[in-house]
Design a protein around this ligand. Structure first.
Ligand code: SAM
Length: 279
């Protein structure tokens, strides 16, 4: 559905986010990974990065609602926002009223929430993620990748590079393989620290993840998680050493992989061969 299909005048009439947050005193908490975005031009740019906004848009950690506002203004049909910090409900109150049935706030922990069952398809996740749990959340959602049309997620630049890295590069690792096995992933753009309140120490990147209709190579996901955990747990060691608990040299030779290889030398297909020996 396009932006023009909704009357956004009540949302546009809300006071600027910064004012609202100051009046309600929602100070950022480090323990919850809170770095807020108040610049509506920026949050609207993130919202526009989604492939489309029909069906269900799930936002993890709306906080004071900068990205939530942007999603609604850009035409999201139905936003479900999952937030652990109960203080957010007070700040979001006026947005909830202005958005009516298009916005639902779920107070809870995203780590314990089955996002893949929320709302109806097509379903996507868009979030400025709390950095302390961002990769745990991503791995959890990749386990249900087919439930999502896309994931548009903000990470620290260094994590974004690990998600999108190719074999042979220093950033290539478990996260690149678990993502690349089931999805296409690309860094869309960077956001500098001074765009956030409070400013984090590092640059952030918006990553677009588009699940494939089926995994690139056949194998059991849990087995792939286990092989990559062992291989990259000691990334400087040869695979015959790091994969010893799974059969080491004999196992590698059985699938035609040089036991002297290091994990960053193997592509996703090779890791899937190894995972098939386990799964
Ligand atoms: N979306 C807001 C923005 O862009 O300004 C806030 C983003 S801030 C980086 C991360 C948000 O995730 C915070 O609002 C924080 O309270 C929330 N959060 C942290 N841990 C969470 C969890 N386990 N489940 C749900 N929300 C969580």
């Amino acid at each position: 559905m396009a932006e023009a299909d909704f009357d956004n005048s009540a949302i546009e009439a809300l006071p600027p986010l910064k004012e609202l947050v100051a009046s309600l005193d929602m100070r950022a908490r480090k323990s919850l990974g809170q770095n807020f975005l108040f610049d509506l031009n920026l949050t609207r740019r993130i919202a526009r990065s989604a492939i489309n906004l029909n069906g269900t848009t799930i936002e993890v950690g709306p906080g004071p609602g900068g990205l939530t506002r942007a999603l609604l203004l850009e035409g999201a049909e139905n936003v479900i926002a999952v937030e652990k910090d109960f203080r957010a409900a007070t700040v979001l109150d006026s947005l909830l009223t202005a958005a009516g049935s298009r916005l639902q706030l779920v107070e809870g922990d995203a780590l314990k929430t089955q996002l893949w069952e929320m709302g109806s398809a097509p379903r996507r996740i868009i979030a400025n993620l709390p950095y302390n749990i961002a990769t745990t959340l991503l791995i959890q959602w990749l386990g249900q990748a087919q439930a999502f049309e896309s994931m548009t997620l903000m990470f620290q630049r260094e994590v974004a590079e690990r998600i999108t890295a190719q074999p042979g590069s220093s950033a290539y690792g478990r996260l690149s393989i678990l993502t690349g096995w089931i999805a296409d992933a690309a860094i869309l753009f960077d956001i500098p620290p001074d765009a956030f309140v409070p400013a984090p120490k590092v640059t952030s990147s918006v990553v677009q993840i588009r699940p494939l209709p089926a995994p690139r190579f056949e194998c059991d996901r849990k087995a792939l998680e286990e092989v990559t955990r062992l291989a990259f747990g000691q990334r400087r060691k040869m695979l015959r050493v790091s994969l010893k608990p799974l059969g080491g040299e004999a196992m590698l030779e059985a699938v035609g992989i040089d036991p002297q290889c290091r994990p960053q030398d193997l592509d996703i297909g090779a890791f899937c061969k190894l995972a098939r020996r386990l799964g």
